[in-house]
Write a protein that binds this ligand. Structure first.
Ligand code: FMN
Ligand code: SF4
Length: 516
């Protein structure tokens, strides 16, 4: 009987040599006449251990990592196929502390199943939600998602059920589901990990959304920098269509839903939902004024649900286990779980899915193990390039949309980037303005011109040129951008700038006793 060995096909694992490791294992097994069945799973999200190879031994999966192609022969010599000891042995995968203490709902299968095997997807609870949705009325499906308390994971945290209800209630010949897989925020990779590790989960979520609102066509707007996700999604869509999970008669329901992947061209603004629609229509990604909301007149002028990958991938478990099961996780109005993505100057970077309410301190120290450099963590940017920088005295605030908004911060897509005490926060503030200047779509003046002037003002401030005047000017510029911009690109750029100024004034050469 073959021994089953899992080697991730995830982009990050492959960047660290997973493909070469998989080839080395196949070669070595053949050379020794041993029967090995190689399966390609997603990443478990413990990137400091990638490539993480798992061997199925009885009921358990035993982990070895990080494995190099050169180490493979030694692993065979040691007898890793029967779970033998080796310096790279990590014990049962599920018992690794970083993983064992998570609450994986959306990522329950990621890293566990062979990413492209429908049989494994089904064996692990896949398509139960779609099967249930196909027997329900559209109203009942929308109510289930509303009752679960799911809010958009792409940044704005808008209630998904309300968005779906608007599309459902808008009469039209044609409606669409558009999945935002642009994943442009710094330090974020959960969309990619999900698409590469459990593509059927996104397909199932989109099919449920289609049945719920009466949309027969879906598009995944994928960033072109994710070629591996593209291959995996396209293979998965083909396989799902062949079996009847997609197509003219979804799971025998008599209702149609099909899917296509469209590639983005690599501008941050194309992640903004209306710019994404323009790009999907084949035009340059420029923000559209709202109203009308995309839910009323979106893609090609038709009612369109626009949701992030993680929002849509959270739907199958809500339908499979019921709204209450999902809603029981979290706190306040932040229900369910969020896959937090830990990156930057941290010892153990990776993905941690937990219920809302966990604190930054727990994530940074209990999970990530503190800074990689061994120096104190001085600042953390949460929520992408437009998110605030938080100092240590904010690390204990529970991660909850409202509590973060109350301190002028945001959770966004759950990206967490840590910096140690060697960071220059004035340069980070300057970078935020420069990022906005480079990535602005140019449609409105506060953002297009304001960000360019913002860089100049920060430069003059840092040069010590009439500091009081530059500070007042920067404040007023931030006000104008916040209140006068058409979209959150210009509207939120002041967040990182103002938080850097507020919490780290010394880096700007500002007298802290006056700034306090
Ligand atoms: C400048 C900018 C960039 C954005 N980039 C993304 C992105 O890469 N992915 C994403 O899902 N949402 C992004 N958003 C948020 C989307 O506009 C939109 O709120 C989201 O896709 C809706 O899906 P959700 O309700 O499931 O979160 C961005 C917003 C702005 C203003
Ligand atoms: S705020 Fe910036 S990105 Fe948004 S519409 Fe205005 S110019 Fe475009």
């Amino acid at each position: 009987m073959s021994v089953i060995v899992y080697v991730p096909l995830d982009s990050s694992a492959c960047a660290l040599g997973a493909d070469a490791v998989a080839q080395a294992i196949a070669r070595e097994a053949e050379r020794r006449g041993l029967a090995v069945e190689l399966r390609r799973n997603g990443s478990r999200g413990m990137y400091w251990l990638e490539p993480l190879v798992e061997v199925v031994c009885g009921e358990q999966r035993l982990a070895y990592g990080p494995v190099t192609a050169e180490a493979v022969a030694g692993l065979f010599d040691a007898g890793f196929l029967s779970g033998a000891a080796h310096p790279l042995a990590l014990g049962p995968t599920e018992a690794i502390d970083f993983l064992a203490r998570q609450q994986r709902l959306t990522f329950a299968r990621v890293g566990v199943v062979d990413a492209l095997s429908i049989a494994e997807y089904v064996a692990h609870g896949g398509f139960v939600g779609l099967a249930r949705a196909s027997t329900m009325t559209p109203e009942a499906v929308v109510k289930e998602v509303t009752d679960a308390g799911l809010r958009g994971r792409g940044g704005a945290a808008f209630p998904t059920g309300i968005k779906w209800k608007t599309v459902l209630d808008t009469p039209a010949e044609q409606k669409y589901i558009a999945c935002n897989a642009d994943e442009g925020d710094s330090g974020t990779f959960s969309d990619r990990m999900l698409m590469e590790g459990d593509p059927y989960c996104l397909i199932e979520g989109m099919a449920i959304a289609g049945l719920a609102v009466g949309a027969t066509q879906g598009y995944i707007y994928l960033r072109s920098e994710y070629p591996r996700a593209l291959d995996i999604l396209e293979s998965a869509i083909r396989a799902a269509r062949e079996i009847g999970y997609l197509g003219s008669n979804v799971m025998g329901s008599g209702r149609a839903f099909d899917l296509e992947v469209r590639l983005g061209a690599g501008a941050y603004i194309c992640g903004e939902e209306t710019a994404m629609l323009e790009s999907l229509e084949g035009k340059r990604g420029i923000v559209r004024a709202k109203p009308p909301l995309p839910a009323i007149a979106g893609l090609f002028g038709q009612p369109t649900v626009i949701n992030n990958v993680i929002s849509l991938a959270s739907v199958p478990i809500i339908l499979a286990k019921g709204a209450a099961h999902y809603r029981d996780f979290g706190l306040g109005r932040s229900r369910g779980t969020l896959p937090f993505q830990l990156s930057g100057n941290l010892k153990r970077t990776g993905l941690v899915e937990l219920a809302f309410g966990v604190t930054l301190r727990e994530l940074l120290f209990d999970y990530a193990g503190g800074s990689a450099s061994g120096r104190p963590i001085r600042a953390v940017q949460v929520g992408g390039p437009l998110g605030a920088y938080l100092p240590e005295d904010q690390f204990d605030t529970p991660l909850d949309y409202e509590q973060y908004a109350a301190m002028g911060a945001m959770i966004g897509h759950g990206g967490i980037v840590a910096f140690d005490d060697s960071v220059d926060m004035a340069q980070m503030a300057r970078y935020a303005m420069e990022f906005c200047a480079v990535e602005s779509c140019g449609k409105c003046t506060p953002c297009r011109i304001g960000s360019t002037r913002g860089v100049e003002v920060i430069d003059r401030l840092l040069a010590g040129d009439d500091r009081g005047r530059q500070l007042a000017l920067l404040e007023s510029l931030c006000d104008t951008m916040e209140k006068g911009s058409l979209c959150a690109m210009g509207g939120m750029t002041p967040y990182p700038v103002r938080s850097a100024l507020k919490y780290f004034p010394r880096d700007f050469g500002i007298d802290t006793s006056r700034a306090a």
